[in-house]
Design a protein around this ligand. Structure first.
Ligand code: BES
Ligand code: MN
Ligand code: ZN
Length: 510
C-alpha cells in the first residue's frame, strides 16, 4: 500500500473515497450512573472530526437526523456528495470525543480500510482528526491501515485479493511537513513488519517448519542488511543447550536456532538489547499430548519468534542507534520414540537441572536456553515473547497480553512503549512465594508448577535463566491470534507485541 501525505483541502481532493470520523460530543450524564461506555447514550451529539466546512455541510443533515448512534465503527457511505470532488464520503464513528485518542484512531483507520476494501475500493483519503496531535495521528492512521489491510486468505482459491493500494492522509492545520513525512514512513515500516510477522504465523506447520522459518528470517536479514546465523542440531548440542534440545529431540524436523544481529555504526557498546522468541512451529504437547480438539491452533506457537523476526526487520529499517540481537529457538514439540518423557532430567545451557513434569510445558524449556545464550552474547537487557500458557488466557482473556518483569525501571519503560504502540498488556506478579511451585525433589526445578497461577509459574521458571539481567517476559498466548474478526482486524494472527518492541528499542536510542 502506497501512503502519501497531502495538504489539499478535502473538498478539492479527487479520490475514490474521502473518510471522515464522527465524534460524539455529548457530555456524560450527571445522574451518577456509570454506563461503562459513554458513546452509547440515547442522544449523541455528533460532529465531524474534520475542519473542512464543505465536508461538514454535506454531513450536517445526517449527523442531526437522529439516525446515528454515535457508536465506534458506525458506518455511513454517501455517494456523489454535493460540492466535493470525491466520488464517495465515508463517515465512520469514533465514539466519545472525550475518549478519542490515537489508540481509537488506529482502529478506526483499520476499520476504514476493511470497510472499503470489502466493497472493491482500492484507494481513499483519510482526514486526520484535529484533536489528536498531528504526528501521532499520522502514525496511528498508517499503522492501523496496514493492520486492517491484511487478510490471511492466501490458501483460498476463491480469494478476492482485495487490498487497498493507495492511502492519502489529509493533514490538518499548519503542521511540519518533514516531521509528518517521517512519521508516515516510519509507521509504514512498522505496519509492514507487523504484517510480515503475521504472514509467518499464519502458515500451517507443514509449510512453516523450523527450517523454513530460519530461511525466511535469513532472507529478510539479507534484504535489510542484518547479520544472520542459523544453527542446527549439532551446534545446539555442542553448545549444551540441553533444555532446547530436550524438546527438539522428539521431532524428525531439525530444529533451528536463529540469531539476528543489528549493530549500527555509531551505537554505544552498551546497552545490547536481546529479543528472544519462542518458535514452536507446532505444539502437540509431546508425550504429555494435547487433546485433539483445537490442536490445529498450535501452529501459532511460534508467534513470539515471528514477532521477534518482524521486530528485527523494523529495527533494521528504522535504524535506531542501539545494538539489538534477536534470537528465535525454533522446533516442533512432538511425541515419538525419541521424545523426552515426564520424569526426565535435563541440564540447561546455564548448568541448571530441570525435572520434566509435563512435556507440554516446552516453551519455557527452549526459552531458558535462548535467554541464557542472549546473556552470553552480551545482552544487557532482555525481552522474550511467547505463546507460553493457557493460564494467561484464563487470567486476562483476549484483550491484554501478560507482562512480567524482574526490574521495575524496565517495566516502566516497556509500559510506556505499550501506550505509544497502542497495545494492551497487564502486569502480573513474580513474588518469591511462587518459587515454591517450581521446586523439584530431584533437580533444581520442575518445568511445570501445576494449574494455579500457571502463567506466573512459567514466568518464575524463565526468571531463573534471566537471573540478574533486567528482563521482560510477554505471554501472548491469548493475544497473538484473533479468535474472531473485528472491524479493524481480520481473524487470525494479530502481530501483537511487535509495535511495543519497536517503541521499546527506540526508547534506548534517544
Ligand atoms: N503453547 C502452549 C500454550 C498455549 C495455550 C498457547 C493456548 C496458545 C493457546 C504451551 O506450550 C503449553 O502447552 N502450556 C501448558 C503448560 C502446562 C503444561 C504447565 C498449558 O498452558 O497448558
Ligand atoms: Mn505446550
Ligand atoms: Zn507451546
Amino acid at each position: 500500500m502506497k501512503t502519501t501525505l497531502s495538504f489539499s483541502t478535502p473538498a478539492e481532493l479527487e479520490t475514490e473515497c474521502l473518510v471522515a470520523i464522527t465524534l460524539d460530543h455529548a457530555e456524560p450524564d450527571q445522574t451518577g450512573k456509570d454506563h461503562g461506555d459513554s458513546s452509547t447514550k440515547e442522544n449523541p451529539q455528533l460532529k465531524l472530526a474534520a475542519g473542512d466546512t464543505a465536508v461538514q455541510s454535506v454531513a450536517a443533515d445526517l449527523l442531526t437526523s437522529g439516525e446515528m448512534t454515535g457508536k465506534p465503527f458506525e458506518i455511513n457511505l454517501l455517494h456523489k456528495p454535493a460540492g466535493l470532488k470525491t466520488k464517495r464520503l465515508l463517515l465512520i464513528g469514533g465514539g466519545a470525543a472525550k475518549k478519542f485518542t490515537s489508540y481509537e484512531l488506529r482502529r478506526i483507520a483499520g476499520a476504514a480500510v476493511r470497510t472499503l476494501k470489502s466493497r472493491g475500493i482500492r484507494s481513499f483519503a483519510f482526514i486526520t482528526p484535529p484533536s489528536v496531535p498531528a504526528e501521532a495521528a499520522v502514525r496511528a492512521i498508517v499503522e492501523g491501515a496496514f493492520v486492517g489491510n491484511f487478510d490471511p486468505d492466501y490458501y483460498r482459491s476463491d480469494r478476492k485479493d482485495q487490498k487497498i493500494d493507495a492511502l492519502t492522509i489529509l493533514a490538518s492545520g499548519n503542521t511540519d511537513r518533514a516531521a509528518l513525512e517521517k512519521a508516515a514512513n516510519e509507521a509504514q515500516i512498522v505496519g509492514e513488519s507487523q504484517n510480515f510477522a503475521r504472514d509467518l504465523v499464519n502458515e500451517p506447520s507443514n509449510r512453516m517448519t523450523p527450517t523454513i522459518l530460519a530461511e525466511r528470517a535469513q532472507k529478510m536479514c539479507q534484504e535489510v542488511g542484518l547479520k544472520c546465523e542459523i544453527y542446527g542440531a549439532d551446534k545446539i548440542k555442542e553448545m549444551k543447550m540441553g533444555a532446547f534440545w530436550s524438546v527438539a529431540q522428539g521431532s524428525d524436523e531439525p530444529p533451528a536456532l536463529i540469531v539476528m544481529k543489528y549493530e549500527p555504526s555509531g551505537a554505544p557498546e552498551k546497552p545490547v538489547l536481546g529479543l528472544v522468541g519462542k518458535g514452536i512451529t507446532f505444539d502437540t504437547g509431546g508425550i504429555s499430548i494435547k487433546p485433539a480438539d483445537g490442536m490445529e491452533k498450535m501452529k501459532y506457537d511460534m508467534a513470539g519468534g515471528a514477532t521477534m523476526i518482524g521486530a528485527m526487520r523494523a529495527i533494521a529499517l528504522l535504524k535506531p542507534k542501539v545494538k539489538v540481537i534477536g534470537i528465535v529457538c525454533a522446533t516442533e514439540n512432538m511425541p515419538s520414540g525419541k521424545a523426552q518423557k515426564p520424569g526426565d532430567v535435563q541440564i540447561a545451557m546455564s548448568g541448571k537441572s530441570i525435572e520434566i513434569i509435563n512435556t507440554d510445558a516446552e516453551g519455557r524449556l527452549v526459552l531458558a536456553d535462548g535467554l541464557f545464550y542472549a546473556r552470553q552474547l552480551g545482552c544487557t537487557h532482555l525481552v522474550d515473547a511467547a505463546t507460553l500458557t493457557g493460564a494467561v488466557v484464563v487470567a486476562l482473556g483476549y484483550a491484554n497480553a501478560g507482562i512480567f518483569a524482574n526490574d521495575d525501571a524496565m517495566y516502566e519503560r516497556f509500559h510506556k512503549a505499550n501506550d505509544e504502540a497502542g497495545e494492551k498488556m497487564w502486569r502480573l506478579p513474580l513474588d518469591d512465594e511462587y518459587k515454591e511451585n517450581i521446586k523439584s525433589g530431584i533437580a533444581d526445578m520442575v518445568n511445570s508448577g501445576g494449574r494455579w497461577g500457571g502463567a506466573i509459574n512459567a514466568a518464575m521458571f524463565l526468571k531463573e535463566f534471566a537471573e540478574d539481567t533486567p528482563w521482560i517476559h510477554l505471554d501472548i498466548a491469548g493475544t497473538a491470534w484473533m479468535e474472531d474478526q473485528k472491524p479493524w482486524i481480520a481473524k487470525g494472527p494479530s502481530g501483537i507485541a511487535l509495535r511495543s518492541l519497536v517503541e521499546f528499542v527506540k526508547s534506548f536510542a534517544s
